[in-house]
Each structure stands twice: as structure tokens, then as C-alpha cells.
Design a protein around this ligand. Structure first.
Ligand SMILES: [Ca+2]
Ligand SMILES: [Ca+2]
Length: 255
């Protein structure tokens, strides 16, 4: 092979490799937790944005310590009618984070409990995410013995697919979005309980996630121990395959 051509191709392959790895590293950097609430800390100190009704008589908030072994921040919707605004705490994705979330997926999880028993759901205790097309909302309620029930909302009036945990107290709820199928799975305490959920159409907002009351026509208190929205990083297995493929490409260029 002409040596000048060979050097040129090597240079091209190396440039491609650097650009490729740069893009991949950028994707990895963008992955991981975007915003986290933990324990009894005021979410505003953690970077969450409060709705106007937060801390008013309509919606009271406060720390709560050793609540069955967990510290938490509670959000209590005190209005049995629809609130003037949705009363919760917001976080937003940057356009770059939103692009990674759309392509590689996202996870929104919370360890919480509905404090009153019984308490109908109807959005008074909720976590949700707007992806620009669909709203993914988990609605929480409790039964007579305080057993915690989660509903993946897919219709009007907060109707949807429900799972009864069968026990009171805190549980860990996770929404995991699969960009391949465009559906979301719901895990409770690490076990998949709801799958192939398609959410509910809502193109009004994009790249925003929230916990608290969703302008509910109902009252109710949620005690939030953990709330975390994560953009899913590029899987390391993909990186291995990609870099492996690149090595083969470079080796072939050299022969
Ligand atoms: Ca309300
Ligand atoms: Ca309620």
C-alpha cells in the first residue's frame, strides 16, 4: 500500500476514534443523577424549585424525623378541592440531558409513604415527569390499614394500572423508561410490578420532573425520604462493544 495513503488513513482513523470517544465520554458525563432529595432536608436547599402554593395554608411542608426509621420531608395538600396550582417541587433537564434521556432512557424513583390511612390518591401524593409528548405519573394512596398502593396513571381522573404493596410504611418506587419500546416499567422495592405502561398524552411541558401534589381535587400528605431523577448513562457493555469494534477497525487499517 502507498505509505502516504496509509498514513493518511491512520490519521483519519485516529481522528475518528478521538471524536467517537469524545462523544461517548460526553454521553457518560451527562448520565447519572440529575437532582436528588434525601431525608429531612428542605428540597429548596437541594436545588428543587417550589411551586407557588408550597408553604402556604393550601400546602404545608416540613421536615419529619425518624418516621418509622426514616427521615423525610412532607408535602401535605390540605385542600380537598383542586389547588390553585400544582403544589410540589420541580427539577428540569438541560437540552443535552433531555437528549440523552430520550435516547438512552431515564429513571425516576422515590422512597415515600402516604401518611394518612385511608387516603384516596387523585394526585395528592405523586411523582411525575413530562417528556414533551407523554406525562409519566405515579399516584399514591393508602388503604384502611395504611397499606400503600401505587397507580401508573394512563387515563383521566388518575385512573390506571395499580399495584397494592400490601403493607404500610415506606416503599421504594421506580419508573424506568425504555426508549426502544417507548414504554415505562414500574418497580416496587426492586421488583418489576407494572410493565408496558404507555403513560398519558401531555405535550404541554417538556423535560420537567416533580414530586408533591399534582393540583389534586383531593387532600393528602406524602412523606418523601428519597427522590431522585437520573438520566441513564450509556451502558458500559455498549462502550466495550463500540471500543472493541473500533480497535478491529484500526488494526485492519494498519495491515
Ligand atoms: Ca388538593
Ligand atoms: Ca389523597
Amino acid at each position: 500500500m502507498n505509505s502516504r495513503k496509509s498514513v493518511g488513513r491512520d490519521c483519519l482513523a485516529r481522528t475518528f476514534a478521538l471524536v467517537f470517544l469524545g462523544v461517548m465520554m460526553c454521553g457518560v458525563t451527562l448520565g447519572g443523577p440529575v437532582l436528588l432529595h434525601y431525608g429531612a432536608t428542605n428540597p429548596e436547599l437541594e436545588g428543587w424549585e417550589p411551586d407557588p402554593g408550597i408553604g402556604t395554608g393550601v400546602t404545608t411542608v416540613a421536615p419529619i424525623l425518624n418516621d418509622g426509621g426514616y427521615d423525610a420531608w412532607f408535602v401535605s395538600d390540605n385542600a380537598a378541592s383542586v389547588n390553585g396550582s400544582s403544589d410540589g417541587y420541580w427539577g428540569s433537564l438541560t437540552p443535552a440531558q433531555k437528549a440523552v434521556a430520550d435516547t438512552w432512557g431515564w429513571r425516576f424513583r422515590s422512597r415515600l409513604r402516604v401518611a394518612n390511612a385511608p387516603d384516596t390518591g387523585l394526585g395528592s401524593v405523586a411523582i411525575y415527569y413530562f417528556d414533551g409528548i407523554t406525562q409519566w405519573l405515579l399516584d399514591f394512596e393508602s388503604g384502611p390499614a395504611g397499606e400503600q398502593i401505587v397507580t401508573a396513571v394512563s387515563g383521566t381522573g388518575f385512573s390506571g394500572i395499580s399495584f397494592n404493596t400490601g403493607s404500610p410504611g415506606y416503599h421504594l418506587y421506580e419508573m424506568v423508561y425504555d426508549p426502544t419500546s417507548g414504554t415505562t416499567d414500574v418497580l416496587v422495592d426492586g421488583i418489576e410490578r407494572i410493565w408496558n405502561w404507555t403513560g398519558i398524552s401531555n405535550p404541554i411541558q417538556t423535560g420537567r420532573f416533580k414530586f408533591g401534589s399534582a393540583s389534586s381535587p383531593d387532600s393528602g400528605q406524602g412523606n418523601y425520604n428519597t427522590v431522585e431523577f437520573s438520566v441513564v448513562p450509556i451502558p458500559s457493555s455498549f462502550l466495550l462493544v463500540a471500543t472493541g469494534g473500533l480497535s478491529i477497525l484500526l488494526a485492519r487499517r494498519k495491515t
